[in-house]
Design a protein around this ligand. Structure first.
Ligand code: M6R
Length: 359
């Protein structure tokens, strides 16, 4: 039931702080340490490479997870679109471990890969919102997202839950293998900060609604740009905007703009920059200036410690590794309000189904 909400999507965006708190309860002990099955951790430790498989938003969540597994657990990790992996399998390492990300646990493209993984007796984990779903039943291990039912076609709380569960798992694996970076990452404290930060962002809806009305209501196309994990969030931000508001939106690595895409910038083309990483903030800002010089309507979503006066949306500070948990929220709201402003059916965009059970 969506109660007083006009659409499930807005309800689900608003539920994100509570989902973060639930994940702390479900997965972290009183000492703040992850409580993860040691058999799962032992199988992951025995692997020489993690392969993350997902589609759409779940693929985008995997892009964040890969960086977390590499940084916190020091294990090489690659992310693959399930429909690509199924038919163009890369050369695998000797001891692969597969992580399937799927809100529904029923995505046919991802299942196709899992069938192949099982034929080869490779160990696997499904991270899903639906207990006993197909991908959960058929994988070696399951971790649940505890996000509650996600009804809107556009995935929101499942994305942030997927990122958070991967952060918890990467922390657990990093501790299990004795990696220093994991030992100094206080996941409990960080997820508490994330929950509070998300609450502050969803409480500033009206500002984001105004930005959507000014910048995104009319243009036919828009760009999100960033570097590193900010680029990964740009891909998710663009997907949200295109699937529910029908604005042709693309996420770009900001350094790539000058290699072609900047030719598309015209007067008032919206370009949203995501800036949460110390090393790349200055570079992304200068890329944004290059688009502004060609007439772009530049908007910035910046972490507080990197913020400048003109930034449109300022994010509370958290560990930069998990900044996507916050930077995605304004992008979800921008997509929501753009769709709402156009009078579209936010929860049921044209041509799309919640769960894609065909290949
Ligand atoms: O249930 P899944 O996570 O496997 O679904 C994957 C995609 O179909 C899904 O994320 C889709 O891209 C959403 N509509 C995105 O908002």
């Amino acid at each position: 039931d969506k109660g007083a909400y006009p659409f499930y999507m807005l309800k689900e965006i608003d539920e994100q702080p509570a989902v973060m708190r639930r994940l702390v309860q479900e997965y972290l002990g009183a000492d703040g340490q992850p409580q993860i099955d040691t058999e799962l951790l032992a199988q992951m430790k025995a692997a020489d490479h993690l392969y993350i498989i997902g589609a759409g938003t779940s693929y985008h969540a995997g892009l964040i997870g890969a960086r977390l597994f590499e940084r916190l657990a020091h294990v090489p990790t690659t992310v693959h679109i399930s429909s690509e992996f199924a038919y163009e399998q890369p050369l695998l390492s000797d001891n692969p471990f597969f992580i399937f990300l799927s809100q529904s646990g029923e995505t046919a493209d991802s299942r196709e890969v899992l069938v192949h993984v099982n034929e080869n007796h490779w160990p696997s984990l499904t991270i899903t919102n639906v207990d006993k779903s197909t991908l959960s039943r058929e994988a070696t291990h399951t971790l649940l997202l505890y996000a509650g039912p996600e009804i809107a076609v556009a995935s929101t709380k499942a994305y942030t839950a997927q990122v958070a569960v991967q952060a918890i798992l990467a922390k657990a694996l990093g501790e299990f293998v004795g990696n220093q970076a994991a030992q100094s990452f206080d996941i409990k404290d960080e997820l508490a900060k994330v929950a509070n930060g998300m609450q502050a962002l969803v409480d500033s809806k009206e500002e984001i609604e105004a930005i959507a009305a000014n910048a995104l209501a009319k243009p036919r196309n828009a760009f999100y740009i960033g570097r590193g994990i900010d680029w990964a969030v740009s891909l998710e931000a663009a997907l949200k905007l295109k699937e529910i508001s029908y604005v042709q939106a693309e996420g770009f690595a900001s350094g790539e703009l000058k290699h072609g895409t900047i030719a598309l910038i015209e007067k008032d083309t919206p370009v949203v920059g995501i800036i949460t990483q110390d090393r790349t903030a200055g570079l992304t800002r200068s890329n944004l200036e290059e688009t502004a010089a060609r007439g772009a309507n530049v908007l910035t979503i910046a972490a507080r410690h990197l913020a400048k006066e003109d930034d449109a949306i300022i994010l509370p500070d958290v560990d930069p590794m998990i900044a996507p948990l916050l930077s995605v929220v304004p992008a979800q709201l921008l997509a929501y309000y753009t769709s709402l402003g156009k009078g579209l059916d936010v929860d049921k965009p044209r041509n799309l189904a919640k769960s894609v059970t065909v290949q």
